[in-house]
Design a protein around this ligand. Sequence first.
Ligand code: IPM
Ligand code: MN
Length: 360
Amino acid sequence: MGKTYKIAVMPGDGTGPEVVAEGLKALQAAAAKHQFKLDLTHYDLGGERYLRTSEILPDSVVEELKGFDSIYLGAIGHPDVAPGILEKGLLLRLRFELDQYINLRPVRLYPGVETPLKGKGPEDIDYVVVRENSGDVYAGGGGVMMKGTPHEVASQLMLYSCAQVDRCLRWAFEFARGHGKKARGIGPDNTLGLVGKTNVLTYVYDLWFRRFNEIGDEAYPDVEREYYHVDATCMWMVKSPEWFDVLVTGNMFGDIITDLGAITQGGMGVAAGGNINPEGVSMFEPIGGSAPKYTGQGVINPVAAIVAGSMMLDTLGESQAAQDVERAVTEVTGTKMKGMASGQMGYSTSEVGDLVAERV
Ligand code: IPM
Ligand code: MN
């Protein structure tokens, strides 16, 4: 018998528990096939618990989570809880406290999945966004003065330290070297594209741009470099997604462009992400949210959660198992599912999970 991985499972709110259950089916099938074990501990964090006990994320749980090999998250967000409370108190707090400084978001169109991009197919939409996940306007710099008066002044600061930029860039260069289009045998080069706004954000993205070139010259001469302004990136993500290989960007731009990317790969039912601390505990999630209106009906698409599980296996070092899960997903999207939208899959949530698990 191989290794045992300790996984904290946080199904969360809304449809989170339904999709996590299907992800776990695929993960257990992969574990049986590749002879490792998953030691699962469930946590009931989320909106329901908050409404019942006013607890969002007890400090003791944060400490416990540091002892796991990985975290598998469903969805956070509850219709009866004001926006921001759970997002900040749970999701963002975990990202920060566990220092998950990389947010890895593949934008990959699977076979059989419809994209709104005319004339584009799986060979065109196949790139990865490395979103910095610890700094930027997310870090809490700024404040408000004279609130509620006509003189109210509000600021949220785009803050980046050189150390934050450097660790993200180095990780992205390594990722491009190991997982770029050349490494995957589908392109002539491994290319890392920096997405910024050097024409206006002449402090923050100047720092990114300088360090991008310095680190690239010094340690990654084999990785091709491109630079794109973020606004232009949005146009090309729609018009010419095949140009991209690995993109790296700050937290806020990364948040925005990865939703655009998600819709080009078939939407929230498909898109998955990893919040990665390369030296610590990482957390994997479907990026779609809790979809309250579909809760409990067995119609939500579990593919994103299953792909998030595959990314978790890869990060744990079980890359063959990870590939098996992703391959099984492509077989099911390519030959079985009728659509990716909730209620339009041609199967129920758990049937999709069964189809994938069988093929693993
Ligand atoms: C995401 C989400 C989060 C973010 C929200 C829910 C705080 O949009 O993971 O992309 O902004 O990072
Ligand atoms: Mn987002």
